[in-house]
Design a protein around this ligand. Structure first.
Ligand SMILES: Nc1ncnc2c1ncn2[C@@H]1O[C@H](COP(=O)(O)OP(=O)(O)O)[C@@H](O)[C@H]1O
Ligand code: SF4
Ligand SMILES: [Mg+2]
Length: 397
């Protein structure tokens, strides 16, 4: 086992609303990420993914409040630190956070280089603007981003370029943990792949040491992360390798999440889709026992009685359900929902893994082809924007 970059133990956080009601959005989350590894967090809207991302920074401001638990980054426990200390000594260097829809939140009146200056000066006011520009220029070059972007305003950039720029800004201080909340959700498929490739590059080149990728799309995580956790109503209900979680989910909620999504793999075309009925519970007053009980077709009376124990199986996989893995797998096999199609997709993935190139490098190659396409489309856009700027004011681009 490699060095642990991030360890979270039984973290509990809550929102306190204007009406003084508590919303228990992160309720007892534990996780570990090794150096060089990435972890995906999946779950429907309202399950607490964004709150978990926010909570992991250790930087709390109303209405979000820390209740208990530990957040340990590279051996340093940051839980309980004063917000000012976290801002000065943790954010950017130990952990970087890219919030949901971050690219749309960039101040349109500020050039990209100014954002980078802000990030660096928050830690060290003495670094000169020239040194910052040189550092940013080098980093952009390594990450395949055009240097002209540094002198642009965010409104002049395409969606994909804007998101990649946000990621480059957030990681300029080479943090140990990068937490990205739905970084590719609002993008078209080509830009989505470019963003994912850039995040991989950051890791491969050592600019980030570990990564948490949050999305409501479980299959997307298969291409991006090493491990996946499924979150439901503020808790982790299943955890495993990306492959196991996508092709062999065990918990009824993960199974439902996977089954209700079309996987773009050969062999899944005939898959029978089953939506999960109902919606996640209100976290102001979460139900006792299993929080999924009201929506679960395998529910038994004991499910709502008390806490379920975590079941650890197969090489540190975990699921939180009253039923054993064997019982659930047998039940799914009898029902046959999605099984044939998923096994066919699994066989295909295994076959491709056995071929000479590794899966990762194949995926990277695909992304590189896409990068060429996007580069040429970005170039066209840049030229158009350059022309229009020149026509309008004769300013620099
Ligand atoms: N600022 C807030 N104040 C009170 N409740 C909130 C706030 N933000 C989110 N919530 C609630 O916390 C729960 C988890 O939300 P969130 O973390 O945004 O979920 P996800 O990212 O999985 O969609 C939801 O029940 C949501 O309504
Ligand atoms: S504990 Fe019961 S209700 Fe919850 S997922 Fe398992 S079977 Fe379903
Ligand atoms: Mg969210």
């Amino acid at each position: 086992m490699g060095k642990i970059m991030l360890e979270v133990k039984d973290l509990k956080t809550k929102y306190v609303t204007r009406f003084k009601e508590n919303v228990f959005a992160v309720d007892g989350v534990s996780l570990e990420i090794e150096e060089g590894k990435s972890l995906g967090v999946a779950g429907e809207s309202g399950c607490g993914k964004s709150t978990l991302a926010l909570s992991l920074m250790g930087y709390y401001f109303a209405p979000l409040h820390y209740i208990s638990g530990d957040i340990i980054i590279d051996g340093k426990n940051i839980s309980g630190m004063k917000p000012d200390d976290v801002r000065k000594n943790i954010l950017g260097t130990e952990v970087a956070y890219i919030p949901q829809a971050a690219m749309n939140a960039l101040n349109p009146t500020q050039k990209v280089i100014r954002f980078i200056e802000d990030v660096i000066h928050a830690h060290d006011k003495s670094v000169s603007k020239k040194d910052i520009f040189d550092m940013a220029r080098k980093r952009f070059e390594i990450l395949g981003l055009p240097q002209e972007v540094l002198n642009r305003y965010s409104v002049e950039l395409s969606g994909g370029m804007k998101q990649r720029t946000v990621i480059a800004i957030s990681t300029i201080l080479s943090p140990k943990v990068l937490i990205a909340d739905e970084p590719s959700s609002a993008l078209d498929v080509t830009s989505q792949k470019m963003v994912i490739k850039m995040m991989r590059d950051l890791m491969d080149k050592g600019y980030i040491k570990s990564m948490i990728f949050i999305t409501h799309e479980l299959p997307l995580l298969y291409n991006v992360t090493d491990h996946i956790m499924v979150m439901y109503a503020g808790q982790i209900v299943e955890r495993g390798t990306a492959r196991d979680m996508v092709f062999d989910p065990v918990h009824p909620y993960s199974k439902g999440l996977m089954g209700s999504i079309i996987v773009p793999e050969e062999g899944t075309r005939d898959v029978k889709l089953e939506a999960i009925p109902g919606t996640p519970p209100n976290l102001k007053n979460p139900p006792a026992g299993c929080r999924f009980a009201a929506r679960c077709k395998y529910v038994i009376p004991n499910c709502s009685l008390g806490e379920r124990s975590k079941r650890i199986f197969d090489d540190n996989r975990m699921h939180l359900c009253i039923h054993s893995v064997e019982f659930l797998k047998e039940t799914y096999a009898k029902e046959g929902i999605g099984i044939a199609a998923l096994s066919s997709a699994k066989a295909k993935a295994e076959k491709s893994q056995k071929s000479q190139k590794s899966e990762k490098s194949q995926k990277l190659e695909q992304s590189e082809n896409l990068e060429e396409n996007e580069k040429s489309s970005e170039k066209t856009q840049e030229n158009a924007s350059k022309k229009s700027n020149e026509n309008e004011s004769g300013n620099e681009v």
